[in-house]
Design a protein around this ligand. Structure first.
Ligand code: GDP
Ligand code: GDP
Length: 436
């Protein structure tokens, strides 16, 4: 599980500038996938060989009518609950404000690591004012200029030092880790209860290794599963009621640890922007993806309803054509038995390995049917293809000129590979590499 670093502070102190500074240029993007909504709120950063996720809490939506100070407090609270390291940013030019003091009060009470960041310091010529920031009681200030990148390297050193030690979670490849993601109220807990109601729960409520994630382990037909709880937020009071972004954060953390993701949606609402972000993230992370349309009992249906619904969802999620869709009801239990069957199937597909000769035959036929692109007088030649990994299945295409490999041609080859070998429910990766 990647550590989480949250940036907190009132508006205009430079949070998003710092966010971009910390994450910019060092993002481990697998590939820009058209159609995947990228959430600016979140990004991975890398420093000293540690990868961590940074959130700009300023982007977390709270209630529309919340006053500024309420909004900041909710954002700070979320950081306190979720983050491993909190960067509290204040504006070194305006000095300490009442809001800064209120946030400091909250942060002083937490056991989490807090780093005080005084931003917009481009000029160190007046040391007297600098001491004012010690009065917040948050230790030694880090004076930086996010806009100019001054001292941000030192700040990153500081962050990395305070990250939790790599508590390598012991990953048992025989267990299927299942994340149940989705917006509040779509029926996640009801579905989980339905699933667990029938299966043998081995150890319930095993506290997760980090934070307060709750994992439930169970057994079915001699297969072990762990459901990673994302809905635990309800227990923790009212503050999150209208912070839908918060459910996204929890979902993303669960997805990081999972093999297969069930994205649960409410049939009445269909797919939302939040859903797209969450499942887009699962796709990028190479996780198995299953779309679960719940509350199917509430929909008036004729013989075309299901088909039309599926068509609409597929149109919204062009990058996810491979994902199975299942229509269920946690209340009537319609088709809920099928969920784990599909999970098993997808887990199997994720680990599928195909033979090199069969693979090369498929690629050769594909290139004969539809020749590779050319550019500046050169035509792409695919010399040899081999599968180098599973979960997700990953293929290296050795080619003459990797730059000529267009996204659309990759997509075409991906479809051909899927036509022949399946890989339902799992993203696959094609990497073009120069044959030396
Ligand atoms: P946020 O609302 O906290 O996310 O703040 P922004 O990152 O949007 O920055 C608010 C304003 O402060 C913008 O006009 C930035 O250009 C400016 N700003 C951010 N960092 C610095 C800095 O290090 N020095 C100076 N002089 N201005 C900065
Ligand atoms: P969560 O927030 O995603 O965990 O959602 P819950 O499982 O708590 O369900 C939210 C509400 O939807 C509850 O009132 C459930 O009884 C109801 N609900 C859940 N699944 C279904 C379903 O399949 N059909 C109907 N009619 N109601 C459902």
């Amino acid at each position: 599980m990647k550590p989480l670093v949250a940036i907190v502070g009132r508006p205009n102190v430079g949070k998003s500038t710092l966010f971009n500074r910390l994450t910019g240029g060092r993002i481990a993007i697998v590939e820009d996938t058209p159609g995947v909504t990228r959430d600016r709120l979140y990004r991975d950063a890398e420093w000293e060989n540690r990868i961590f996720t940074v959130i700009d809490t300023g982007g977390i939506e709270t209630g529309k009518n919340d006053k500024m100070i309420e909004r900041i407090k909710i954002q700070a609270q979320i950081a306190i609950e979720e983050a491993d390291v909190i960067l509290f940013v204040i504006d070194g030019r305006t000095g300490i404000t009442v809001e800064d003091q209120e946030i400091s009060l909250m942060l002083r009470k937490t056991k989490k690591n807090v780093i005080l960041v005084v931003n917009k310091i481009e000029d160190y010529s007046d040391p007297t004012t600098m001491y004012e920031f010690y009065s917040l009681g948050l230790g030694e200030p880090n004076y930086i200029s996010a806009a100019h990148g001054m001292n941000t390297g030192d700040l990153l050193d500081n962050v990395v030092e305070k990250l939790p030690k790599n508590d390598e979670e012991i990953i048992d490849p025989d267990i299927i880790m299942l994340a149940v993601a989705g917006r509040p109220n779509v029926g996640k807990s009801s579905l989980v209860n339905t699933i667990l109601g029938k299966e043998r729960v081995i150890v319930s409520d095993v506290a997760g290794t980090t934070r307060d994630a709750i994992d439930t382990k169970f057994m079915r037909n001699s297969q072990e599963y762990v459901i990673i709880d994302t809905a635990g937020m309800r227990r923790r009071g009212k503050i999150y009621d209208n912070t839908e972004r918060y459910s996204v954060i929890r979902s993303l953390r669960a997805i990081d640890r999972s093999d297969v993701v069930l994205l649960v949606m409410d049939a009445k609402d269909g797919i939302t922007e939040q859903d797209k972000k969450v499942i887009g993230y699962a796709h990028e992370q190479g996780k198995g993806c299953i779309l679960v349309i719940n509350k199917w009992d509430l929909i008036e249906k004729d013989d075309k309803t299901l088909h039309n619904f599926e068509k609409k969802v597929r149109k919204e999620l062009l990058f996810l054509q491979y994902a199975p869709i299942i229509f269920v009801s946690a209340v009537t239990k319609q088709r809920t038995d099928k969920i784990l069957e599909i999970v098993d199937y997808v887990a199997e597909q994720q680990s599928n390995r195909v033979s090199t000769s069969a693979l090369n035959q498929v690629i050769t036929e594909a290139t004969q049917l539809n020749p590779p692109p050319s550019d500046k007088g050169k035509r792409l030649k695919i010399l040899y293809t081999t599968q180098v990994g599973i979960k997700p299945p990953t293929f290296i295409l050795f080619v003459n000129e990797p730059e000529i490999m267009h996204f659309s041609y990759k997509r075409y080859l991906e479809n051909k590979i899927r036509d022949s070998f399946g890989f339902e429910g799992t993203p696959i990766r094609l990497v073009a590499r120069k044959k030396s």
